[in-house]
Design a protein around this ligand. Structure first.
Ligand code: NAP
Length: 296
């Protein structure tokens, strides 16, 4: 197999992704800021790293799956970061969703050390990470992409080189506009139907195969109806993505009426204490505005 993997960031997404690579037989060195999250994977065979630099020293493909742009900067270029341990010829793959501009700037810094950075954010949710069915949107150099394909193939199904450095993140941000439209559409429709007195279970069965269906309708509406607001994809991460979309759109002068409105709704949800709930909790803002609850 040849490649040794470093994995940094063992959250909702990183844990199952790291597990797939271990199961595929890659030697894996892993690190997480909160050590308790590393323990189960260490028991399954991952070598515990003591810092991102240590992970990089022991690996030639280093994956980061953390949070926002500043988090990726910290684990790659901060004190004890990847850049302090990485060897020339290694590859860093950032699979978090962050700013394309930050990614391009990190790629330049790593290139000065003879290291390629691929931006490779994913879509498909926690379910996609668990089932290794993620869609992976890659930005960067073609030869490096081909070198990393055997790793990507253990994590996802649709794996696409979408363009040069930063293009993966730009493609992912465009996808997050789709998510904003779908999630808010589901929340708005549920509250409208309930306010009108419809039985929501019957309504869901009647429309789920029609022209208005979506992944969000079929996976998230049942969770709302059951009152399940646990996190697959946290509100704070979608809020972060919508902020990154606004920043990028601002640079280009592109108006985004839907994404802007949904960002405001998420800010309302944040102030209601909902930041760590799953993003299907967006419905709670509509419920607050209308006084009805979209449950079975
Ligand atoms: P999560 O459960 O909140 O996990 C985040 C992980 O990053 C944790 O292991 C956390 O460490 C680590 N981390 C965050 N900031 C850090 C920092 N400054 N230094 C070191 N470690 C740091 O989030 P997630 O759902 O796995 O999402 C991870 C990334 O994937 C995000 O960019 C998100 O937008 C993106 N994403 C998520 C989904 C989804 O459905 N969940 C889908 C596609 C993409 P601790 O354990 O110490 O907190």
């Amino acid at each position: 197999m040849g490649e040794s993997i470093g994995f940094i960031g063992l959250g909702i997404m990183g844990t199952p992704m790291c597990r797939h690579l271990l199961k595929a037989g890659f030697p894996v060195t892993a690190w997480n800021r909160t050590p308790a999250r590393l323990r189960p994977l260490a028991e399954e065979g991952a070598k515990p790293g003591v810092s991102p630099a240590d992970v990089a020293r022991n690996s030639n493909i280093i994956i980061t799956m953390v949070g926002d742009s500043s988090d990726v900067e910290e684990v790659i270029a901060g004190p004890g970061g990847v850049i302090e341990g990485v060897r020339p010829g290694s590859v860093v793959i950032d699979m978090s969703t962050i700013s394309p501009a930050t990614s391009r700037s990190l790629a330049k810094r790593l290139a000065q050390r003879g290291v390629q950075l691929l931006d490779a954010p994913v879509t498909g949710g926690a379910i996609g990470a668990q089932n290794a069915t993620l869609s992976i949107l890659v930005g960067g150099d073609k030869a490096t992409f081909e070198r990393c394909l055997p790793v990507f193939q253990k994590l996802g199904k649709a794996i696409t080189l979408v363009g040069p450095s930063g293009a993966g993140h730009t493609a992912k941000l465009a996808n997050q506009i789709l998510v904003a439209g779908c999630m808010s559409g589901v929340a708005e429709a549920l509250v409208f139907a309930r306010k009108a007195g419809l039985d929501l279970g019957t309504w869901f069965e009647a429309v789920k195969g029609g022209a208005g269906t979506s992944w969000h309708l079929t996976t998230q509406a049942p969770r709302v109806l059951d009152g399940d607001f646990s996190a697959g994809y946290m509100v704070k991460h979608h809020r972060k993505d919508l902020r990154l979309i606004q920043e990028t759109a601002h640079e280009m002068g592109v108006p985004l009426p839907v994404a802007s409105t949904v960002l405001q709704l998420y800010r309302a949800l944040q102030s209601m204490g909902g930041d760590e709930l799953g993003h299907q909790a967006l419905v709670k803002v509509y419920e607050q505005l209308t006084g009805v609850k979209a449950r079975r």
